[in-house]
Unconditional design. Structure first.
Lengths: 148, 85, 148, 85
């Protein structure tokens, strides 16, 4: 059963991947991290807003899609919300399978779809006092659409 | 029909609150018409809905288009495109 | 600087990925695990033989290739040798980058090339007393060649 | 020319040891010729080298082909295709 968690707290990557290793031959994962800079300006914080209820549902639907498209034994999505400092983990997407290609492709799929299909909004606070909502990127839509 | 409207991200910021209860007239039957009606509520609403082409909508947490009917909706949400992950 | 380790001991996936997270925006990883079965028979152990010196050199060359082909901040290859029980971790391949596509693709590249280009040989011991050397798979050569 | 020969995986198993020091005659100058010469050393060697087409070779830990010259080699290794990862 996929684990889907939307939470303010950090997560333990090693423990999450260890759970997926049971009975699998291959576990692939992706961890997203708050970068120190954006648009050449230094970040103080990245704040993640979400839509309680709808976000969990969307993330579950993405995990279900991955389970249907690849022969996975299990997968995990953990996405943090709230104010995060540079260097903080934002998201974990991971997939387990008997086969490495399935685990790797499903992981890429999970993170691509999380970017475009789950209600999260990123807000940047810079050291110079400026703030900005992160704009959606065309590349993210392209990455999503390669999965059909 | 009294319905809860929710705003997220820069829509919430521009409007100044995350949620409001509204009672649009019976002539307002679609998301498109509701959007026009909300945009007229205040200058803040007008500013928030100025970039209507990029605004997404959900009825009771399900994505819908501008021609979706609002009858029976409990909660209608407006938000910009997602930027998670 | 890529970390390359060929060792009998297990490794700490969380700690290894945490090292890669520093200064990155994206960390992708792959963990290979000893499966409980092969060819419909239950495994007692998978034993990994290597060529000391040449194996380290080959793994380093694969990591260097990944660093050249993608804008990575760093990468890690850890490969175990010796006798491993079902469920044991065999290999970690991981890559860090500012961008998720680079991290994910480089991780797939690392594991694909490790399968075909580093001197390791797998030997299976089954519960029924049979033993067998693992044969190379055509799919692995195909997976390797997609990277040109 | 005395050189160390190393065997891995099922080659090692069939030959019965991982390493041997050999002194091939001066007429043996290439990997291909050395392989023929090694295959004649014993029935175990003959058995190990029976599937010559799949056997790979390295001179001093560098991959080489059958026509590679062995002059100056310290260590020559024979092994089946890799199956790591």
């Amino acid at each position: 059963m996929p684990i889907i968690r939307i939470q303010a707290e950090d997560f333990d990557v090693g423990a999450e991947l260890a759970r997926l290793e049971v009975g699998a031959g291959a576990v692939a994962s992706f961890v997203g991290i708050v970068r120190a800079e954006a648009h050449g300006k230094r970040l103080t914080a990245l704040t993640l807003e979400h839509y309680p209820g709808m976000t969990e549902r969307a993330a579950s639907a993405i995990a279900d899609q991955a389970m249907m498209r690849w022969p996975l034994s299990d997968c995990t999505i953990i996405h943090r919300i709230g104010r995060l400092a540079p260097g903080a983990r934002i998201v974990l997407a991971a997939a387990a399978s008997a086969h490495r290609a399935a685990a790797l492709e499903a992981t890429a799929f999970l993170i691509d779809w999380l970017k475009t299909d789950a209600p999260f909004w990123k807000h940047e606070t810079f050291t110079n006092g400026e703030t900005a909502w992160v704009a959606p990127r065309t590349e993210d839509d392209q990455a999503r659409s390669r999965w059909g | 029909m009294i319905v809860t409207i929710r705003y997220f991200a820069w829509l919430r910021e521009r409007i100044g609150h995350a949620e409001e209860r509204v009672d649009p007239p019976a002539s307002i039957t679609t998301i498109g018409a509701l959007t026009d009606w909300l945009a007229d509520l205040s200058p803040a609403h007008a500013n928030a809905f100025a970039q209507r082409a990029v605004i997404k909508t959900a009825i009771d947490q399900q994505f819908v288009n501008a021609d979706a009917l609002i009858a029976g909706a409990h909660e209608i949400a407006f938000f910009p495109p997602f930027t998670g992950g």
